[in-house]
Design a protein around this ligand. Sequence first.
Ligand code: NAD
Ligand code: UDP
Ligand code: UDP
Length: 323
Amino acid sequence: MFAARKRILVTGGGGFLGSHLCRRLLGQGHEVLCVDNFFTGRRRNIADLMGHDRFEMLRHDVTFPLFVEVDAIYNLACPASPIHYQFDPVQTTKTSVVGAINMLGLAKRLKIPILQSSTSEVYGDPTEHPQTETYWGHVNPVGSRSCYDEGKRCAETLFFDYHRQHKLSIKVARIFNTYGPSMRPDDGRVVSNFICQALLGQDITVYGKGTQTRSFCYVSDLIDGLDRLMNSPPEVTGPINIGNPNEFTIRELAEKVIAMTGAKSRIIEKPLPSDDPRQRQPDITLAKNVLGWRPTVELEEGLTHTIAYFDSLLTEEGKSSVS
Ligand code: NAD
Ligand code: UDP
Ligand code: UDP
């Protein structure tokens, strides 16, 4: 274990996925340098790690250069929920693009591997279903989601150009909708919204008719996938889909959350945001074949853990933590 110990940089380590990843890497015996500007991250996500002697936290914005000495980089810094990434869209594009350039520059100087948390949003509102990695996507370049979608697409371009031009070892994961404990109650994504609304006895806000679909991956499965990808042979660069192929309509999700929480909430319809993808389901054949990875936690089990998390969080923080 000690010989294999690495010093690993996790950007966005104070966020939902990043904090789970930091915990996983510490559990494997590594040293972790967590870099975050706390735009959407929360100190409470990493509060239990702060006293750990192999954990270090640096408050820093990845749009500025970063000079540190590490053995590998997981680049997760970027707001992921539409309400947060659309709050300051210019900063979102900068985080994806300038952040990628800085982290790639760091990886190039140190000659170390770097993993990018890309997204199913690179497929936009897909015209192919399910989505395979060879599909080039259907993305509006000038809409309200573009800062995120196009920022992530440009980051993928940068990763592959640094790979071809500078022989950098890269890993690009296309992450599909992931949920679980450590999401913010005011994150704004559908799973946290529905659970918090149900637990507070509020109406469940389905956008549009709720016929649009998503495929929800539990966080522990996702972290397994990222871990396997980072530790895969150098020729495995991705892009590679990491997600759970079990697809549900948003209305089905609402009904499931109501049933599981026993809430008295009603389902109400709100306007569908522009460019909201109608369907999304990963084809994970590549991840199965190349990484030997497949998700193991089904929606009901994952929701049980997530409901328990929000139940205790809302009791502790109160209703005011949900905006
Ligand atoms: P999150 O919002 O909880 O975490 C993002 C973290 O990045 C936060 O801690 C935030 O403070 C930090 N951050 C944002 N801008 C920064 C900057 N300029 N400098 C430093 N830190 C910055 O979101 P998440 O769900 O944990 O997503 C993590 C990564 O995974 C993101 O890159 C996201 O695009 C990607 N991803 C997530 C999902 C998902 O379903 N959770 C799906 C696809 C892709
Ligand atoms: N960079 C960084 N840390 C490093 C090395 C580089 O933040 O340890 C940044 C640097 O500021 C630069 C970017 O990464 O803007 C890209 O670096 P690269 O070497 O690719 O480009 P160059 O420095 O030649 O513009
Ligand atoms: N959504 C919804 N109610 C909410 C939040 C989201 O109906 O309170 C819908 C949203 O319009 C989208 C789906 O749920 O169709 C997933 O939204 P989310 O923001 O979680 O992720 P993304 O759209 O980025 O996949």
